[in-house]
Ligand binder design. Structure first.
Ligand code: GDP
Length: 455
């Protein structure tokens, strides 16, 4: 029998409501000792999907707070066990007092991720769904939420299980033929077998590729904002980030080092580095920033090069434009509110995309954002719903796909079907590890240990 566990399910600190969750065979009994509904009902007799308003109290009867209790009966709950959720005012003292009362009433403290682990153990979700729970909590963009929700809905797990089922079928037919070649089992058609394996391998490759794009987009596009001092880089960065974070001043070279910021533009996340500008200077501190700027331009995915449209191009501006000839870059011509003196032809010849903005008057920002989105979505996903959401899943899928490639090679080299069978079986193992159907205790523990408390 699993012990009854309790934990605060909402984030620490002050909030509108605070939730204490209790799960396990004695969840209703524990709740009955610390919660009195105004209706006076015996709550141990309540059916699932019931809500009661009442008072949460200590086991000696002293009141803690007004509270709404939600009741779920096994197996129709998050964990698959009896669950009671007590919703009180969201203050740290209130929820801590209710939690302590739960312990006095017989529950024990839940470990990090233990509610979800129970859901996994009780067959309420597979490992990819459990990981999706963690991903949805940590999601910082619309895209991440969408992928995590699709995985949570079981789409990814089902696709993997389907590939696994087909591979198992192939392995079984190979084994049957190897074991009983004289019986009336049809001989293995190697061409057909090869075709089947290749089809599954292609499916896996598609999922792996999509996942890589998806992870890249979730991680953020490495973006660098550069340009000589005073063109308006910090002002632009503040506009993109939506709040004042950089110091915007008139003194050239104020942005000394590289500041990094994760900026979500809806479906696209940028990891933006605002640099000190490309400039050779005598100032050693600024020099560090300048070197970093060059490094970022070379290694980044996208360069946003800012120019001051009201001024003629300086030597430094030209140097920057020259540097960007073969890079994915946008020339942002700032200060469009002022009279324009820039030699735009020079920029045109070197930088593919050009946008005019006024950071001061917040003009042109929408066009800039749509252009960034357009450029960044070069690698569109074929189906975001089937993207793997972390390195562990990706590693399992890559290993499985590798086994399938080996199986095809074995067939091409005319090796025995036993060798092919071994590859197919290994691929199945990898996929079962991915979905958690055959993941080791160590892997499962490691995954759940990364969860937050109360989830
Ligand atoms: P940075 O050195 O490239 O980071 O430039 P800042 O963002 O610090 O801006 C330098 C100066 O230009 C500040 O005084 C800004 O107020 C001003 N500035 C920035 N954007 C614009 C703009 O669109 N129009 C005008 N007129 N001034 C701007």
């Amino acid at each position: 029998m699993q012990t009854t566990i309790a934990a605060v399910a909402t984030a620490r600190g002050e909030g509108g409501i605070g939730i204490v969750r209790i799960s396990g065979e004695d969840a209703y009994e524990v709740a009955a000792k610390i919660f009195a509904p105004h209706s006076g009902e015996n709550i141990t007799k309540l059916s699932g999907y019931t809500m009661k308003y009442g008072i949460a109290h200590n086991i000696d009867g002293s009141e803690i707070d007004e509270c709404i209790a939600l009741f779920y009966r096994a197996p129709h709950s998050y964990t698959g066990e009896d669950v009671v959720e007590l919703q009180a005012h969201g203050g740290s003292a209130v929820v801590e007092l209710i939690l302590r009362a739960c312990f006095d009433a017989g529950a024990r403290m839940a470990r990090a991720g233990e509610f979800t682990r129970r859901a996994f153990e009780n067959g309420r979700m597979n490992l990819t769904q459990a990981e999706a729970v963690m991903q949805i909590i940590g999601a910082s963009s619309q895209r991440e939420v969408r992928t995590a929700r699709a995985a949570l809905g079981g789409k990814l797990g089902s696709a993997m299980s389907e590939i696994c089922r087909k591979l198992t079928e192939l392995t079984a037919s190979l084994a049957a033929w190897a074991d009983f070649p004289e019986d009336e089992i049809p001989a293995v058609d190697e061409v057909e077998l090869r075709g089947e394996i290749e089809k599954l391998s292609t499916q896996l490759t598609q999922i792996i590729n999509d996942s890589r794009i998806n992870m890249k987009l979730s991680e953020g596009i490495r973006t660098v904002i550069c340009g000589r001092p005073n063109v308006g880089k910090s002002s632009l960065m503040n506009l993109l980030a939506g709040y004042e974070r950089c110091i915007v001043t008139d003194i050239p070279g104020t942005t000394r080092d590289v500041i990094e910021e994760k900026i979500s533009l809806g479906s696209v996340t940028l990891n933006v580095a605002d640099t000190a500008g490309i400039r050779t200077t005598g100032d050693p501190i600024e020099e560090i920033g300048v070197n970093k700027a060059r490094e970022y331009i070379e290694n980044g995915d996208l360069v946003l090069a800012v120019f001051d449209g009201s001024e003629k191009l300086s030597e430094q501006d030209r140097e920057l434009a020259d540097l960007l000839r073969n890079r994915t870059a946008v020339a942002i011509i700032n200060k469009s509110d002022k009279e324009q003196n820039i030699d735009i032809e020079y920029i045109h010849e070197r930088i593919q995309h050009i946008v005019y903005i006024s950071a001061r008057e917040k003009r042109g920002i929408k066009q800039l954002i749509s252009l960034i989105k357009e450029i960044s979505s070069v690698g569109e996903l074929s189906d975001a719903g089937l993207a793997l959401c972390n390195e562990r899943q990706l590693a399992c899928a890559i290993s499985a796909q590798h086994e399938l490639v080996c199986a095809v090679t074995a067939l091409d080299l005319g090796m025995t079907l036993d060798a092919v069978t071994v590859n197919l079986e290994s691929a199945v193992e990898c996929l079962l590890e991915l979905t958690g159907e055959r993941a080791s205790e160590q892997i499962v523990s490691e995954i759940f240990s990364q969860f937050c408390l109360g989830k």
